[in-house]
Design a binder for this molecule. Structure first.
Ligand SMILES: [Zn+2]
Length: 278
């Protein structure tokens, strides 16, 4: 179990009512939160093989952690140093502060540039860390409205530089490399969000996982960016199966993901056949 799984269990344990997300009658896998028959846990990347210097802090809005559609957990599926905390308007979690104050990290708040004050450093293209430090990407995980509130009401994050990208012009993290057709993008990061599970409040709003893929790419970890992106597509496609809406996910998601993983980690991962989780 990773940090988001643990936070989900904790949040559920202190809950007095059942959170009624769309499709709440569905029997879900307790980890990926997909309907049991569409569970993707067996396909999750083996973190032992993921080479990264990045870490993530998922600062999650109270109800976000309960939503089966949350995609912050997909980041934690891939990046071993992922931390998850419940956000509070009135209190700062001392464990969160301990992570932020850890000398090995260079914390960066991932948020749109237009919200930065004039003297704030904002990385918009490439993330450059001070010598000997590793980037720690802080994600405000909630609806866009919640995220804006979290941004305004978390003064302890004001001291950190920001990472932003222009959703309208952001370039793809990587072009597909495992397709013979080189014009075909396996990983369309940089286009519009493919996240159709939630009705977005803004046209160019991305899911937390998609944003995570972009900042990994800005840190130069294009393979990890692409892996996260493809993993997101798998989740998105399987999720839509479970809520019985018209599936707008990528029908090739599983195939794309598996061929990329097999190429990236040859002889390391025994990926179950995708037919096994149809
Ligand atoms: Zn699962």
């Amino acid at each position: 179990m990773h940090a988001v799984h643990q936070l989900h269990q904790y949040r559920k344990s202190i809950s007095t009512t059942t959170y009624k997300a769309r499709g709440y009658r569905v029997i879900r896998c307790q980890l990926c939160q997909l309907a049991q028959q569409f569970c993707i846990c067996a396909l999750a990347p083996n973190q032992e093989h993921v080479q990264t210097t990045a870490g993530f802090v998922l600062l999650m809005h109270d109800t976000e952690v309960l939503k089966p559609s949350n995609t912050g957990k997909l980041i934690a599926d891939i990046i071993p140093d992922s931390f998850a905390f419940l956000w509070s308007r009135t209190k700062v979690n001392p464990e969160l502060l301990a992570v932020l104050n850890d000398e090995k990290w260079f914390p960066l708040l991932v948020f749109p540039q237009e919200y930065a004050g004039d003297d704030r450093k904002v990385f918009t293209n490439k993330v450059i860390c001070p010598e000997g430090k590793r980037p720690l990407f802080i994600m405000l995980d909630g609806s866009w409205r919640e995220a804006k509130k979290m941004f305004r009401k978390s003064p302890y994050l004001d001291r950190f530089p920001m990472v932003s990208f222009d959703a309208r012009t952001a370039m793809p993290a990587v072009l597909g490399t495992c397709h013979s057709d080189s014009n075909k993008q396996v990983s369309p990061v940089g286009q519009d969000s493919r996240y159709t599970v939630r009705k977005t409040e803004l046209e160019h709003q991305f899911s937390t996982a998609e944003v995570g893929a972009r900042v990994l790419a800005m840190h130069g970890e294009t393979h990890n960016a692409q892996l996260l992106d493809l993993w997101f597509d798998v989740f998105n496609f399987q999720y839509q199966k479970s809520v019985c809406q018209r599936n707008k996910g990528n029908v090739n998601a599983l195939e794309n993901y598996q061929s990329f993983v097999n190429k990236l980690y040859p002889n390391h991962l025994n990926m179950p056949d995708s037919a096994a989780i149809e």
